[in-house]
Design a protein around this ligand. Structure first.
Ligand code: SF4
Length: 298
């Protein structure tokens, strides 16, 4: 069983979503920013933040020149704010060591802050048209269904090899990669695959009568988690132009004080929040050093 590139690429050319980071004139850096934001956050929430972000900071050097607190504020409610910090660090390295140009090859991309196996290949493929396998959750699901006849599967070491073997050996390889991802995002979804409009004529899972998943994926909840508490604490700091007291942070989460303490500790450890000498709390980069800097300027 394989995937017919003609079927998949043909479908993509007429059915792909009009996403702003796919439009002509979008730079490699701006594509990289979209990939950071799209890790674990849906397109609809990313789109407005990405548009505002690239207008404000269109290049790595512009992003690097912003303070980490500004970057955390602009990240807003995209979630997983460590990504914002890593994106800022990535911008600093690209601006200072790569002449403000995003590297083209996967090996160099993998050395940059915040860039892992998926993002390195996605940037090489979507920004520079490299014919490399790009494997995210959506791609893994489609390939598992079509090739292996299973509903879904956890990440496996062979995923990259599976997708590499499917890639056409010509200039359509980058489009094929984008199309595979798009198919998983909009047609072959986890809960409601739309086989009636699927462009793929051969699929093992469909042919086998949709056998049930052998591994049950746990649905990640958000309410009541440490992630939610961290988000609430960051909201207080984002909304304040100056450091806040512990009491101001405490009112953000009153249900479980031990959980609140743990969340605050983790934000301090992650370098997203800092404590001033007088015991106040601020977003990274807005603590004592920033205040001394602004006092020196005035
Ligand atoms: S036929 Fe159905 S299950 Fe198979 S790839 Fe298409 S949408 Fe997914």
């Amino acid at each position: 069983m394989s995937i017919d590139p003609g079927e998949l690429v043909g479908w993509y050319e007429s059915a792909q979503r009009d996403l702003p980071w796919r439009r002509p004139g979008v730079s490699a850096w701006q594509i990289l920013v979209s990939e950071f934001m799209l890790q674990q956050t849906p397109v609809a929430r990313v789109e407005p933040i990405w548009l505002a972000w690239i207008e404000r900071w269109p290049t790595p050097s512009a992003t690097a020149a912003a303070g980490p607190a500004e970057v955390l504020r602009a990240w807003g409610k995209l979630g997983y704010p460590r990504r914002a910090k890593r994106l800022h660090e990535c911008a600093v390295v690209i601006a200072s060591e790569y002449g403000d140009e995003v590297p083209r090859d996967v090996e160099t991309l993998l050395t940059l802050p915040g860039i892992g196996a998926y993002t390195a290949r996605a940037v090489a493929c979507f920004a520079y048209s490299a014919g490399v396998p790009v494997v995210d959750t959506n791609v893994r699901r489609v390939v598992t269904r079509v090739l292996h006849g299973q509903a879904d599967a956890p990440a496996r070491a062979r995923d990259l090899d599976d997708v590499a073997a499917l890639l056409p050996d010509d200039e359509t390889a980058p489009t094929f990669s984008a199309a595979l991802m798009e198919l998983g995002a909009v047609v072959c979804t986890a809960r409601a695959p739309q086989c009636g409009i699927c462009p793929l004529s051969r699929c093992r899972w469909r042919a086998a009568g949709y056998p049930a998943a052998t591994v049950v994926k746990r649905v990640q909840r958000y309410a009541g988690t440490d992630r939610q508490v961290r988000g609430r604490l960051l909201d207080v700091l984002r909304d304040s132009s100056s450091p806040v007291t512990r009491a101001q942070l405490d009112v953000a989460w009153l249900t479980d004080t031990a959980q609140r303490d743990r969340a605050l500790d983790s934000l301090l450890v992650d370098g997203l929040v800092e404590q001033t000498a007088d015991g106040l709390f601020a977003l990274a980069g807005e603590g004592d050093e920033a205040r001394e800097g602004s006092a020196a300027i005035t």
